[in-house]
Design a binder for this molecule. Structure first.
Ligand SMILES: [Zn+2]
Length: 290
């Protein structure tokens, strides 16, 4: 689905006034190109749903469009929701990974719109931010929005929909947050991915050396909590930096990053179906992550 089609479908959320739209970031040279968040008028402990952080991973944003009914139904039950279905529109429309370069390899200068290292404690003693400043204007806007909105919509369940185009063996999920180990929502998501028919990697290691257990990565290669500097770590973090001062972080209960396998030759429709299966079970996933 093209960017304008996607925007158009999301706009349908606004028709009856139950959802509000925030412009998280608009490109100064091209104001129609923007990162947009939709949130329910009702505030409180919330479902956060993100997709499209990496522009060349189309399954998540397309699955959200396909599953808007399930999300609206959850909102109708009174569950607060913040939805950022297209976190990196500039890269999506060009099938790039990063917003600033066609290079897929981050060592060649690309930065992630979800990079939150300037808000996260460093890995030495946690007394200073991990990075002096945001990596780019979109990253600053997106991560500071997430942190600010986490005050009125504290994240209870966070789903961040990704794909792994280098994984030949299959999909998997990352589990972070207060309940990163044996998380029932994570286990349910693995069962949903399995029944959708996409290949899954149930054991072994990711290409970053992280152990996979029953499809779930909950520790890094050293057995420590995952510290990838991403917006997902930000949601999970118990401490963050704001104006150079350490303050309590969003401390989400459950943060799941879904990685569907997107190696060349894999079937996009099937990957969208797999991600949609997760979203269509959103009510159960919500109750599984109290
Ligand atoms: Zn990704």
């Amino acid at each position: 689905m093209s960017l304008p089609q996607l925007d158009g479908r999301l706009t349908s959320l606004g028709v009856d006034g139950r959802w509000k739209m925030d412009v998280v970031y608009a490109y100064p040279q091209e104001e129609a190109l923007k990162i947009v968040a939709w949130r329910t008028r009702r505030e409180g402990k919330a479902l956060w749903l993100l997709a499209g952080i990496h522009g060349e991973e189309p399954a998540g944003p397309n699955a959200i469009i396909r599953s808007l009914k399930s999300l609206s139904a959850l909102a109708d039950l009174g569950v607060p929701i913040v939805l950022i279905a297209m976190c990196n529109p500039k890269a999506y429309r060009s099938n790039w990974r990063y917003p600033n370069t066609p290079e897929r390899d981050w060592r060649k200068g690309g930065y992630s719109v979800g990079d939150a290292e300037y808000l996260l404690p460093d890995l030495a003693g946690g007394q200073a931010p991990r990075a002096a400043s945001p990596v780019g204007p979109e990253a600053r806007a997106l991560t500071s929005y997430a942190l600010r909105l986490s005050e009125s919509y504290p994240p209870r369940l966070v789903l961040d929909l990704h794909e792994d185009e280098l994984s030949m063996e299959g999909g998997y999920i990352y589990s972070q947050g207060q309940q990163s180990i044996d998380n029932p929502a994570g286990e349910k998501i693995i069962r949903l991915l399995q029944s959708s028919g996409i290949p899954l990697r149930l054991s072994g290691k990711t290409r970053f050396g992280e152990p996979v257990q029953n499809g779930v990565v909950s520790r890094d290669e050293k057995g420590l909590p995952i510290r990838d500097g991403s917006i997902d770590e930000l949601f999970a973090s118990t401490q963050v930096f704001k104006n150079k001062k350490l303050i309590p972080g969003p401390s989400a209960q459950t943060v799941i990053v879904v990685e569907t396998p997107a190696f060349s030759g894999s079937n996009l429709d099937k990957r969208v179906g797999a991600q949609s299966a997760i979203l269509n079970a959103i009510e159960e996933l919500w109750t599984l992550s109290p």
